[in-house]
Write a protein that binds this ligand. Structure first.
Ligand code: ADP
Ligand code: MG
Length: 350
């Protein structure tokens, strides 16, 4: 019997912006069931987990759209190619896995030349080399709305070494790698310089003193280095997520998935001096930028206290707080000692 769709579009119309990205994904998730025994974990983490015999295969997709995620007037094509791969690899890192293959869906408007595509792939190849990933396929199509890059990545991990968003326990230590807010401030600098250029095409972009933050925006790295070091130290984070949307948003994901409360200390949140100064120059509060600026692609994870000794002197892992019992209490203790509830900013794309 042919398949018939019983449900028709309802007469009511709900705005996606009202539901938000995560509300929408939840709605999709609740109407999806997993049929194959090999589909161990589906929607809801940084990557899906698939049973593959001895190991698990990890699978994740990320889209980058021109005009939404990047602006070609300040994003060189090589950097874009590199970043598109890095952000996908980051989701495999966030599961404590190792990336192995990618496929690339490419939508091209007629503005693009063969040479432009070659530049894009130069960046893609550089990232594949750096992360030891093979480009094994994809799809190419015309696009009426600018450049589209949809990448899927496949990774691998031992089942017992996978870190999920839902594994944090009470009194775990909350760790973050690198420093936060730089990518957001880099974007602000690039947007400002673009405006100057539009007003006066003869003007040279003034990126002096802002190389660090601009680099954070244009050249993010997935933290595979940390994943390898944690493996060497025999540490499996009890939970992990990568910071694509901002620390506040990711902390709330861990809290909700793990059913634990999060307590962070403002003076422990890592902010580079350059990010700090640039924020002040833009009359923004550096801690607000570190909490809510996205695209840093650092790792946020929790460890059991017993593992603290092994990482306590690591130069690039920062201990920013701990988990506690009350999952409704997600708070930041300010430098002055006041309690600030952690709230996710609204979703930017809709
Ligand atoms: P990340 O920021 O780590 O890439 P997302 O917030 O984009 O994660 O996605 C969260 C979860 O929802 C992931 O498991 C992802 O695979 C899933 N997801 C996102 N969009 C869709 C969609 N349109 N259909 C099905 N699953 C989706
Ligand atoms: Mg992620």
């Amino acid at each position: 019997m042919p398949f018939t769709f019983l449900q028709h579009m309802a007469d009511t119309r709900s705005e996606i912006a009202q539901l938000g990205e995560f509300g929408l994904i939840n709605k999709i998730k609740h109407n999806v069931s997993l049929r194959n025994a090999s589909s161990l974990v589906g929607i809801g983490d940084d990557a899906a987990v698939i049973d593959a015999g001895n190991d698990c295969v990890l699978l994740s997709t990320d889209i980058l759209l021109e005009g939404i995620h990047f602006d070609l007037s300040y994003m060189p094509l090589q950097h874009l190619g590199y970043k598109a791969v890095a952000v996908n690899v980051s989701d495999i890192a966030a599961m404590n896995g190792t990336p192995e293959q990618i496929t690339i869906g490419l939508g091209l408007s007629n503005r693009f030349s063969v040479e432009a595509v070659e530049l894009l792939y130069e960046g893609i190849r550089a990232a594949c080399e750096n992360y030891n990933v093979d480009l094994v396929g994809g799809d190419t199509t015309a696009s009426s709305s600018g450049l589209v890059l949809a990448i899927s990545v496949i990774g691998r991990a031992k089942r017992e070494r996978i870190s999920y968003r839902n594994g944090a326990k009470v009194n775990d230590i909350i760790c973050v790698t690198g420093d936060l807010g730089g990518a957001y401030m880099g974007l602000q600098v690039l947007v400002r310089e673009k405006k100057v250029f539009i007003d006066n095409p003869a003007a040279q972009p003034d990126l002096e003193n802002h190389e660090y933050v601009v680099g954070r925006q244009l050249k993010p790295e997935a933290r595979m280095d940390i994943i390898h070091e944690l493996a060497d130290l025999n540490i499996v984070p009890t939970s992990m997520i990568d910071i694509s949307d901002g620390l506040a948003s990711e902390v709330l994901h861990l809290s909700k998935a793990s059913n634990v409360g999060i307590k962070l200390f403002e003076d422990k949140i890592p902010i580079d001096n350059n990010t700090f100064d640039t924020a002040l120059e833009f009359k923004l509060d550096p801690i607000v930028i570190a909490m809510n600026g996205g695209e840093d692609y650092e790792l946020l994870f929790t460890i059991n206290q017993l593992d603290f000794e092994k990482v306590k002197n690591h130069p690039d892992i920062h201990f920013i707080g701990h988990t506690h019992e009350n999952s409704t209490q997600n708070i930041l203790i300010s430098k002055a000692g006041t309690i600030v509830p952690i709230q996710a900013q609204g979703w930017k794309h809709f």
